[in-house]
Design a protein around this ligand. Structure first.
Ligand code: CP
Length: 332
């Protein structure tokens, strides 16, 4: 007889790799599962026993590093962290290159070697902005999927940050007071050119969650339609904010050619402040963090009672644990 409470005989949705909302099969089920995990995050400690997570960072991180490690520990896993640019050999990523420069190891050897030491691999590799085709074909993380021999999940890749978007959607579900809230993704100024990964994923996941999604930005900052399909684009930020239930602020560099990866505007009138928040339906303020105060958002808005940025960050542990749990279930 099957024991329904036995985690190894329950019916599961297995997942090999996680790079997009499409890998979850059904977002509503995944949110439900995440909220169950949040109630008892140590319920699956046996699942990861004697399994090792390798977290590989090509770029810096605070939240992803800590929350994913914590999620793995909650599941009983061992964790190894590698910062590729600090203490490891610099990696060549292009095939056919004569390796007479400063990169002594090729990704094509390094990736299968990394796969020898672990059961699951998390990768953070941002867009380089050197080549749009390489960035939008997700060249780095796809090489891990192809050559590591292990399940791979994104800890923010060139075009998406699905663990962040998953945490954001969990947070909205916990705070929304209507079935279909108005959720506004707004561009805001920043001194550096930032990837489109976070806004791409947020837009895609918010549409998948069936919210009323509005994206507002100056002309020239249109995101890839692959991610924004189903959302409304509104170039007037104040109009977009009207009656919003959630404001999600983020900077991103231009996507469209010939300006891919460039800063087109530093217009501080796009900073989210209390005057603009007053146009909303007493909206919650969201940002993935780290955030540049008084560039992206004013001090008073991020410190207000309606700011839920810390709750979003806390839910990163839950989104990571849900994803890792599904991957581990696929290994059994
Ligand atoms: N939001 C997020 O991914 O934060 P880190 O870059 O600090 O990991």
């Amino acid at each position: 007889m099957i024991d329904k409470n036995n985690i190894y005989t329950k019916k599961y949705i297995f997942m090999r790799n996680f790079t997009s909302v499409h890998d979850l099969n059904n977002l509503k089920d995944a949110i439900k599962e995440a909220l169950e995990i949040k109630k008892d995050r140590f319920a699956y400690q046996e699942l990861g026993k004697n399994k090792t997570l390798l977290m590989i960072f090509f770029n810096s991180s605070l939240r992803t590093r800590l929350s994913t490690q914590k999620a793995a520990l909650n599941l009983g896993m061992n964790v190894i962290v590698l910062d590729v640019n600090q203490g490891a050999w610099k990696l060549e990523t292009e095939r056919g290159v004569i390796m007479d420069g400063d990169k002594p190891e090729h990704l094509l050897e390094a990736v299968p070697v990394m796969g020898c030491y672990c059961d699951v691999i998390g990768v953070r590799a941002f867009a380089s902005f050197k080549n749009k085709e390489d960035d939008y074909s997700e060249k780095i993380i796809n090489q891990f999927i192809k050559y590591s021999g292990r399940p791979v999940f994104s800890m923010e890749a060139a075009t998406g940050h699905p663990l962040q978007a998953f945490a954001d959607i969990i947070t909205i579900e916990e705070h929304k007071t209507k079935a279909r809230p108005k959720v506004v993704l707004t561009w805001a100024p920043h001194p550096r050119a930032l990837p489109q990964a976070v806004p791409n994923s947020f837009a895609q996941w918010a549409v998948a969650a069936d919210y009323d999604v509005v994206i507002t930005h100056p002309k020239g900052y249109e995101l890839s339609k692959e991610f924004t399909q189903g959302a409304t684009i509104e170039y007037d930020q104040e109009k977009a904010f009207k009656d919003a239930d959630f404001i999600y602020a983020k900077n991103w560099a231009a996507f469209e050619d010939p300006n891919y990866g460039q800063i087109l505007s530093s217009d501080r009138s796009w900073t989210v402040d209390s005057k603009k928040m007053a146009l909303t339906n007493n909206a919650y303020f969201m940002h993935c963090l780290p955030v540049r105060r008084n560039m992206i958002v004013s001090d008073d808005v991020i410190e207000s009672e309606r700011s839920i940025v810390i709750k979003e960050a806390a839910n990163r542990e839950i989104s990571a644990q849900t994803v890792l749990k599904r991957i581990l279930e696929g290994l059994k």
